[in-house]
Design a protein around this ligand. Structure first.
Ligand SMILES: [Zn+2]
Ligand SMILES: [Zn+2]
Length: 718
């Protein structure tokens, strides 16, 4: 979950009281309605239709999300925000109003049960809300209390009390807050005033100065009864102002939606996501291991996971070959000096493993009585030589490019490597495959002329398209990061940037999938393209990027000889479209829920002997498949055949072949396919072997099932 906005923004006041009555209201469809006096969004909605008024819960007034009762005294553009029972996709504004309002209701419920609880912030977030609350250290909140809190919340919602706003000037407001004595709310108010707010605002659920209330900038739904469906989710610890040295707080998370059906759908998605969690599946299917003795965030690819990675690398390499890439290998470390030239050291020091110092130098320094502090200073000043675990592959590839003089005829030069890099992630952020300290990028660096940027980026995107399509990831989008034209942090000239940005746009356009451009999202050295893929549950995953770079060719003084016989500067493109093998395969595990297509499956076929009598034939079947290059095993255990089938299905093996005496007689195998509950029947071993060969070679485009049983139509287990 992420912050939707700075929680402090809730405390800033906005009013629309300009000295003018008879406002003209412009609606989203362009129609204009005039009012004789000051009006409110609710009156506007009523003026349009009773139905609209009944479903209205808020408004955007000149773009600002507002209460439905906000007074409008001047001309304004107004969009009524509605929430209706049963609607499929609710307005994000409606959800935000409901979620934040629900945070109030939760806070009130908690304070009813725990009057000592002190409130801090309660913003809306993706799918729900949270409230940071201070409890007495001796009596922390536990999720076991959720049921009681939820019951109180339901009562408050049933009472359908209005959210009533009232304002005080800063002086009176501060007096009130000091009397109440909550240092957190006093701090919130002081910050709001400092930020320029000329009013302090409270919202009572019910009547001001009588019912429960909270200092809050709003807006909210009209009344508690308009909060649709909610559920409390979890408790986490947080710190006041996000500062670990400050008060520790309890963050209570909840989710909220317009209606129950949406809530149910979301809960089901969460459940499914849990079942697909790559950390759990990684363990169950023995795909990878993280070992305390090796180190946090340093992933060990166990045999099953290594198969998936290898197959994927072969696939990507085949496509790179078609695009005339050249593969290179480079070492895992490089001299500090290399990274001083590239700028990776000392600038990104805090995200790197500490340098390895040249042993001879270290001994000499020790003899001179050099202290740890001296050593650190020497390293900082660059007076000491050593090596760095590479945080990026680019400098090595650049030195390969620079190892010979190139002419324009050589360009573009495309150097690819599954290059492993090391970065020092904060330990709190590490977990599973998606955040690690050593990872292998599907990296490549393209050295080209300015005129070639566009076609090179298109090539990168085509590769992405082929690979996503083969993996059945059809729901993805592209984000083009452009410069912020008001900023002066960018290297390169305007003409270069215009050209490169245009090339990125063109490339994105050629892909035929949705893309957006975002100003200010470029790197300081050039524009970039990011890939965001939605998995089968619709969860977005940011994968890799394609970045244009004017900076490193400059820093390393790279050249090529142009048509004019003079030296020119090449442009560099960094591209790692899938990010890293670790992250990408982590996403794939969840995408496939561990049921990989046959070509990627660590174990593609398992032969199951009905009884000991069939072991010999099972071995013959196995040998045939192994000779054909299929990853197959045989289960000769003493278990009954039903148990063998269950075990194979549990490990998500795509094909199970049951063999008994009759199969042996006819040289047949009885086929079971993952996802189809029934036994499909017998086919000759020759037919099955040829069929699976086709399925694997075509990476699933040709289905073995259709070859083995061309006339049958099997229902899938859904
Ligand atoms: Zn509020
Ligand atoms: Zn790079």
């Amino acid at each position: 979950m992420t912050f939707k906005k700075n929680p402090l923004l809730f405390l800033l006041n906005l009013t629309y009281s300009i000295n003018k009555t008879m406002p003209k209201i412009t609606l989203p469809d362009g129609t204009i309605r005039s009012f004789d006096n000051a009006t409110t969004p609710f009156e506007i909605a009523t003026d349009i239709s009773e139905g609209l008024a009944a479903s209205a819960i808020g408004a955007r007034i000149n773009g600002t999300l507002s209460d439905i009762t906000t007074s409008i005294t001047a001309d304004a553009e107004v969009k009524i925000i509605t929430a209706k029972k049963g609607e499929k996709d609710s307005d994000p504004d409606a959800l935000e109003l409901i979620r934040h309002s629900c945070a109030h209701v939760m806070a009130e419920a908690i304070q009813r049960i725990r009057p000592e609880a002190k409130l801090v912030y309660g913003p809306a977030i993706d799918n729900g809300f949270y409230y940071d609350i201070s409890f007495e250290e001796s009596d922390p909140l536990s999720s076991e209390e959720f049921e009681v809190i939820e019951k109180e919340m339901h009562d408050i919602i049933k009472e359908d009390r209005p959210f009533t706003r009232y304002d005080l000037n800063p002086k009176d407001g501060m007096i009130k807050l000091r009397n109440e004595g909550s240092k957190y709310k006093i701090d919130n108010a002081e910050r709001a005033i400092e930020a320029g707010s000329n009013l302090l605002t409270w919202y009572a659920t019910g009547e001001p100065n009588k019912d429960w209330e909270d200092l809050c900038r709003g807006p909210h739904v009209p009344s508690t009864g308009r909060i649709g469906a909610f559920k409390l989710q979890s408790i986490a610890s947080s710190y006041w102002h996000g500062d670990a040295n400050s008060d520790s707080l309890t963050r209570v998370y909840g989710i909220a939606f317009v209606h129950k059906k949406q809530l149910k759908k979301y809960l089901k998605m969460l459940e499914e996501a849990k079942a697909r969690d790559h950390r759990l599946l990684g363990k169950k299917l023995k795909l990878f291991h993280i070992d305390e003795q090796v180190g946090q965030g340093l992933l060990l690819w166990t045999p099953n996971g290594a198969v998936i990675r290898q197959e994927l690398q072969i696939f990507i390499s085949e496509e790179l070959k078609k695009q005339q890439y050249s593969h290179v290998f480079t070492p895992h470390i490089g001299k500090l000096d290399l990274y001083r030239t590239s700028g990776h050291y000392p600038y990104y020091q805090e995200s790197q493993y500490p340098p390895l110092i040249d042993p001879d130098q270290l001994h000499a320094l020790a003899d001179e009585g050099c202290t740890c502090g001296d050593l650190a200073n020497l390293m900082k000043a660059g007076d000491i030589e050593g090596y760095l675990l590479k945080p990026m592959n680019c400098p090595h590839h650049i030195r390969i490019y620079a190892s010979e003089q190139h002419s324009y005829r050589d360009l573009p030069i495309r150097l690819a490597e599954f290059g492993t890099v090391y970065r020092w992630e904060q330990s709190g952020e590490i977990g599973g495959m998606t955040r690690v300290r050593g990872f292998t990028q599907d990296d490549a660096h393209l050295f080209c002329t300015e005129d070639q940027i566009s076609s090179e980026i298109i090539g990168c995107l085509e590769l992405v398209k082929i690979i996503f399509n083969t993996l059945g990831m059809h729901d993805y989008k592209v984000r083009v990061g452009l410069r912020d034209i008001d900023s002066d942090k960018y290297v390169g000239n305007t003409k270069q940037w215009d050209k490169a940005e245009d090339a990125c746009r063109k490339a994105a356009d050629s892909l035929g999938v949705p893309w957006v451009e975002e100003a200010g999202e470029a790197a300081f050295y050039g524009p970039k393209i990011d890939f965001i893929v939605n998995d089968v549950l619709g969860r977005p995953w940011q994968l890799g990027t394609v970045q244009v770079d004017y900076n490193l060719p400059e820093r390393f003084d790279l050249t090529f000889i142009g048509k004019d016989g003079k030296q020119h500067r090449p442009v560099m493109i960094h591209r790692a479209p899938f990010g890293s093998m670790e992250r990408f395969i982590g996403v794939l595990i969840e995408h496939f829920a561990g049921a990989f297509p046959t070509w990627l499956s660590p174990e593609q076929v398992r032969v199951l002997a009905i009884s000991e009598k069939s072991n010999e034939y099972a071995d013959r079947v196995l040998r045939k498949l192994l000779d054909n290059g299929v990853r197959a095993t045989v289960d000769k255990s003493d278990e009954r055949i039903q148990a063998k089938i269950r075990n194979g299905a549990d490990l998500k093996i795509p094909w199970l072949l049951v063999v008994g005496p009759r199969d042996a007689e006819g040289n047949n195998v009885s086929v079971r396919k993952r996802g189809i509950l029934q036994d499909l029947g017998a086919v000759s071993l020759e037919t099955f072997a040829a069929a699976i060969d086709e399925e694997i070679k075509s990476r699933g485009e040709i289905e073995a099932l259709k070859i083995c049983f061309p006339d049958d139509d099997f229902p899938e287990d859904t």
